[in-house]
Design a protein around this ligand. Structure first.
Ligand SMILES: NC(=O)c1ccc[n+]([C@@H]2O[C@H](COP(=O)([O-])OP(=O)(O)OC[C@H]3O[C@@H](n4cnc5c(N)ncnc54)[C@H](OP(=O)(O)O)[C@@H]3O)[C@@H](O)[C@H]2O)c1
Length: 321
């Protein structure tokens, strides 16, 4: 990767895309190109092909996607599968046609089977049934990995194609989505505890038993991991992956219960009331932890611990109010 390479970051206004742009800028990459959703709709093949043939970037970070929590996934399954498939197919194919040699596709840990062994290794992909609530989104993400692998297999040698994929665990950080219904667990809890604090509410009720364990990674760590994976020599990347299992997990390697998470967020926000768990509501999978040893062996470890990351996130939430 040369510092003058023209790099297109798709989804640069999103939580991860904006962090990737900052990391690239901090590392001295000076030729980053971006387009807003309204300027370039990535589900539109004609617009995407025109953009790539005019701009001809050298590298692409594909961080644009239709993203949301369980409620959004269950309510809008058609949007999740259609938009994500279209974005990936359009961007990856147009990138290939315009001569892009390197591309990084961002997937998600929900590609893995619901009952995968924990911690979940990369080779658990396609070994079992998916979690039904986000199956359409997961299928689209699996298709994104397979698109990258198929272009590598068909055109890797002849055209020098090197398209990689990373699978992040749950992400959080500045720029997250705080929508009351469509958000993920950390922004949802930040909003709930903050509102309870300013309204002097006596308790916050949390769905489920609080016992399921989850893993979270701060968005800046995810952005650093993405740039790290892109900068690995192709020989090293190929030695650590294989052509039909080429993705790499990005996780903290640590988990905590939803109850512990809620108590940590309560502390960060400074809320004095009680937490009540509503066990009549569903819990979801008991555990979901990624095996991050592959990325660790490739020289990368996360920096930001949860409480520090939550403090930074809450600051940015307050700033945005
Ligand atoms: N957030 C998580 O916990 C999490 C966990 C695992 C994996 N990921 C993956 O990480 C990547 C980035 O996620 P994120 O949290 O940064 O999501 P985000 O904040 O929602 O950002 C996604 C970006 O994509 C843009 N976008 C969506 N549809 C588009 C379209 N048709 N044309 C052009 N731009 C479009 C959005 O623009 P608009 O807002 O204008 O639509 C937004 O800027 C995604 O691939 C996601 O699947 C996220």
């Amino acid at each position: 990767m040369s510092k003058s390479d023209k790099i297109y970051v798709a989804g640069h206004r999103g939580m991860v895309g904006s962090a990737i742009v900052s990391v690239l800028q901090n590392q001295g990459f000076e030729n980053i190109i971006t387009r807003t959703h309204s300027d370039l709709d990535l589900t539109n093949q004609q617009q995407v092909e025109k953009f790539f043939s005019q701009e001809k970037p050298n590298e692409v970070y594909l961080a644009a996607a239709k993203v949301g929590g369980i409620f959004a996934n269950v309510t809008y399954p058609a949007d999740f599968i259609y938009q994500n498939l279209m974005i990936e197919a359009n961007v990856i194919h147009a990138a290939f046609k315009s001569g892009v040699k390197k591309l990084l596709f961002l997937g998600s840990s929900c590609i893995y089977p619901k009952f995968a062994d924990q911690p979940i290794r990369e080779d658990a992909l396609l070994t079992g049934l998916l979690e039904p609530t986000n199956e359409p989104y997961a299928i689209a993400k699996i298709a994104g990995i397979k698109l990258c692998e198929s272009y590598n297999r068909q055109y890797g040698k002849s055209h020098g194609i090197d398209y990689r994929s990373v699978m992040p665990t749950n992400l959080y950080g500045p720029g997250d989505n705080y929508h009351p219904k469509n958000s993920h667990v950390i922004p949802a809890l930040i909003r709930r505890f903050h509102e309870a604090k300013i309204n002097n509410e006596k308790k916050v009720i949390i769905w489920g038993s609080g016992k399921p364990k989850r893993e979270f990674i701060y968005v800046d760590d995810m952005a650093l991991a993405s740039v790290h994976v892109m900068s690995l020599d192709i020989e090293i990347y190929e030695q650590n992956t294989n052509e039909m299992c080429s993705h790499i997990n990005v996780g903290m390697g640590e988990e905590l219960s939803i109850g512990e998470l809620a108590r940590t967020i309560k502390r960060v926000i400074g809320y004095d009331g009680e937490i009540e768990f509503d066990s009549s509501k569903p819990d979801g999978s008991p555990r979901k932890l990624l095996d991050n040893s592959k990325l660790k062996n490739l020289g990368w470890t996360p920096i930001v611990q949860l409480e520090e990351g939550l403090t930074l996130t809450y600051k940015s939430y307050l700033h945005g109010l």
